[in-house]
Structure formats: structure tokens, C-alpha cells
Design a protein around this ligand. Structure first.
Ligand code: PLP
Length: 385
């Protein structure tokens, strides 16, 4: 039988990340710098409380918008950490922040309307936009600018069809943290051009040196214009719990909630309750993880530059994005060859958009010693190119 798939399936391809994970299962001697998730377990107090909630029978559906007690706790967190004023009605709990991104785009973007996305940028934005018939427009980020957004370049891209701008700070894959000044300039443009902004803040707590995370929704005149998405996945190493959320104007959240009937109905109940425990009692655990990421980051970036793989210093998240242009290979070819000959997984920059070519993403959410060994292999591999 010839199965006719919908045309929309063309916007989705197999990702290199998935492929690498398959290879890893077969060849345990390969070292992966491909991971997009913390290598730490969830905090012990969170695991303990999850067990308790399961025993107590919290195994049923939760309300569409998420549990009230979690949303109340998030109101406090958003005020304290992000200077975002909100009410529980303006928050929706989702299955990871990825669902929050999907629901936001479903709620805000009409077919044929344009959405500006960072390039290189997180892998999921373009297919989600295209899946619903929107048009994704790449805002090129350049290494010489430390992959910061140049507001004047953004301004030039805006047309009558532009509806939404997506920003992601700290960034996956570059580790760039947008400064308050740049965010203020972006806000001015958004107000002037009447754009909505989706601010993906998945890595808000993974931030180094003296950098500060600023939520664009906290800036003057922006609170109704921004959908902020955050998650428990990265900060608390709770990827498998699948708890994320969005905070936005109530009118937007109400519609996101209605769409949720058609997606996952609700995030897992026991996981939402465990998320409250994470918010209340895990800050020391988070600090320990961030310190360890920082130690790995410093070693990784130093060694990469020593072996002539130029790498700007990432200020946040857990990725380095070194330049491989001097080897005159596409990032896909470089990654394939490194896997075959060097036995190290890295992710080709083009997975994050066409302007990611000439770079590869290396994750340091992997044990220090493994990163050291991977670097020894990479050094050997590049010395023979
Ligand atoms: C930039 C960014 N946003 C959102 C997500 C989604 O994460 P989750 O759905 O686990 O919250 C990820 C995951 O890798 C990410 O890198």
C-alpha cells in the first residue's frame, strides 16, 4: 500500500542529534559532546518528594493550565528572579518549555505571517513555525559580534508580515547572553513595529562570570508584548519530568490553555508537585551544578583555543561553538569525520540554521574527565587534517 503522508511532514527531518544518540548506544567507546541535557541527576529532595507524591496517588490528570499551587509559587519566583509581575492566571504549565513554545506560536502566528528567529539558534523554532504554515526568517548572528543580536540588522528585516520575534538568552547553541542594553533596543523596536516577542529562557540560571540574565518582559512597556518560556529541565536537571511554563498576558494564556486540550492536556501531576519542591529547596544543588559547568567550560574553551579551534567564550548554557572554517570542510563533514576517525560526537552547526555552518556545537554537560579525553581525541584528529 502506498501511504500518502501530509505535505507538512517535509518540514521535519531526522536530526543529527538523534542519529548520534543511536550510534552511541552501539559503540560505548565513543565520547559524546552532543548532549542537550544535564548529566546530573535531578536533585535528591525532588526525587524523594516525587516518590511520596506517587505513593499518595497523585497519578491523575491535572487542570489544563497546570496546578494552582505551582503557578502561585511561580508568581513569586518570576517576581524575585526575573522582575516579571504576574498572576497565576497569566501562567500556563506545559510539558517542557518546548510545548510552551509550540502553544505560543499556535496562539500568535497566522499562516503566511513571518517569525524572526536567531540563526544559529535552537533547532525547534523553524519546524514549529513551518508546521503551522508560518514563515521563519533567519536573523544572522555573527561570531565577530559574539553572536549577539545587532538591533539595526533586526530592524532591517521587519516587514508588514512580521508578527513575532523569537529570542533565546542564554543561547543554544552559542552560549551568548543578551545584554540589558541590547534587550532594551530590541524592546524599542518591538514597540515601534508592534511585534510580539517570544523569549525562550530555558537556560536562565546557567550563567557564568559576572553575567546577569535579564528577562525582556521585565523591561518598560513589554509585559503584554512578551511570552516568556522557562523550564525545570536545565536549571534543575529535570528534563524527564517534562515541566515547563509560559507567562504572558492572560488573553494569550487563555488561548494557549484551549489549545492544550489538543496537545497534552496537562503536564504530569506528580512532576508538577515535585517542581514546587525544586523551586523551594534546591538552590544549593543548582549552584553546585553551575560551578561544575563553569569549571568544565573554562577548561574546554582554553583547550579548544590552544588546539587552534577558535572559540568565543560562552557566557551561559552549557555549549561551546568553536569555529572549524580553517579545515575547509562543512560542519556536517567535519562532524562525520570526527565521529568516524576521532570517536567523538559533536553537533554540526548547520543543525541550528544555515549561518551555523563553519562551527560545531560541543556540550559540556558531560563529565570533566570525558571532556578532557574528547579533547585529546579531537587534537589528534585535527592534527591529521
Ligand atoms: C533553547 C531551548 N529552549 C527550549 C528547550 C526545551 O526544553 P524543555 O522542553 O525540556 O523545557 C531546549 C531544549 O534543549 C532548548 O535548548
Amino acid at each position: 500500500m502506498k501511504i500518502e503522508l501530509a505535505r507538512r511532514t517535509k518540514v521535519i527531518g531526522t536530526s543529527k542529534i538523534e542519529e548520534s544518540l543511536r550510534i552511541l548506544e552501539q559503540y560505548p567507546e565513543i565520547i559524546s559532546l552532543g548532549a542537550g541535557e544535564p548529566d546530573f541527576p535531578a536533585p535528591p529532595n525532588v526525587i524523594e518528594s516525587t516518590e511520596k507524591f506517587l505513593e499518595r496517588g497523585y497519578t491523575h490528570y491535572s487542570p489544563l493550565q497546570g496546578r494552582h499551587e505551582l503557578r502561585e509559587e511561580l508568581v513569586k519566583k518570576l517576581k524575585r528572579d526575573n522582575r516579571i509581575n504576574s498572576r497565576p492566571e497569566e501562567i500556563i504549565i506545559t510539558c517542557g518549555s518546548k510545548e510552551a513554545i509550540l502553544l505560543s506560536i499556535l496562539t500568535l502566528v497566522n499562516p503566511k505571517e513571518q517569525v524572526i528567529i536567531p540563526d544559529p539558534g535552537y533547532i525547534a523554532y523553524r519546524p514549529i513555525i513551518e508546521m503551522i504554515g508560518g514563515v521563519a526568517k533567519s536573523l544572522q548572528l555573527k561570531e565577530e559580534d559574539d553572536f549577539e543580536i545587532h538591533p539595526e540588522n533586526l530592524q532591517k528585516m521587519i516587514t508588514k508580515k512580521t508578527k513575532l520575534l523569537i529570542i533565546n538568552s542564554p543561547s543554544n547553541p552559542t552560549g551568548t547572553v543578551l545584554t540589558k542594553k541590547v534587550l532594551e533596543e530590541i524592546s524599542d523596536i518591538a514597540v515601534d513595529k508592534n511585534l510580539m516577542v517570544l523569549s525562550d529562557e530555558a537556560y536562565e540560571k546557567l550563567i557564568y562570570d559576572d553575567e546577569k540574565h535579564v528577562s525582556i518582559a521585565s523591561l518598560n512597556g513589554m509585559e503584554d508584548r512578551v511570552v516568556t518560556t522557562q523550564t525545570f529541565s536545565k536549571t534543575y536537571a529535570m528534563c524527564g519530568f517534562r515541566v515547563g511554563y509560559a507567562v504572558a498576558n492572560e488573553k494569550v494564556v487563555k488561548k494557549m490553555k484551549e489549545f492544550k486540550i489538543c496537545t497534552t492536556l496537562a503536564a504530569p501531576t506528580f512532576a508538577q508537585l515535585a517542581a514546587i519542591e525544586a523551586l523551594r529547596n534546591s538552590s544549593q544543588y543548582v549552584r553546585t551544578m553551575v560551578n561544575e559547568y563553569d569549571r568544565r567550560r573554562k577548561m574546554l574553551v582554553k583547550r579548544l583555543n590552544e588546539i587552534d579551534l577558535n572559540c568565543t567564550t560562552p557566557k551561559g548554557a552549557f555549549y561551546a561553538f568553536p569555529n572549524i572554517k580553517k579545515f575547509k570542510m562543512s560542519s556536517m563533514k567535519f562532524s562525520d569525520a570526527l565521529l568516524k576517525r576521532g570517536r567523538v560526537v559533536v553537533i554540526p552547526g548547520t543543525e541550528f540554521g544555515k549561518y551555523g555552518d563553519g562551527h560545531v556545537r560541543m556540550s559540556y554537560a558531560t563529565a570533566y574527565e570525558k571532556i578532557e579525553e574528547a579533547l585529546t581525541r579531537i587534537e589528534r584528529f585535527v592534527s591529521k587534517l
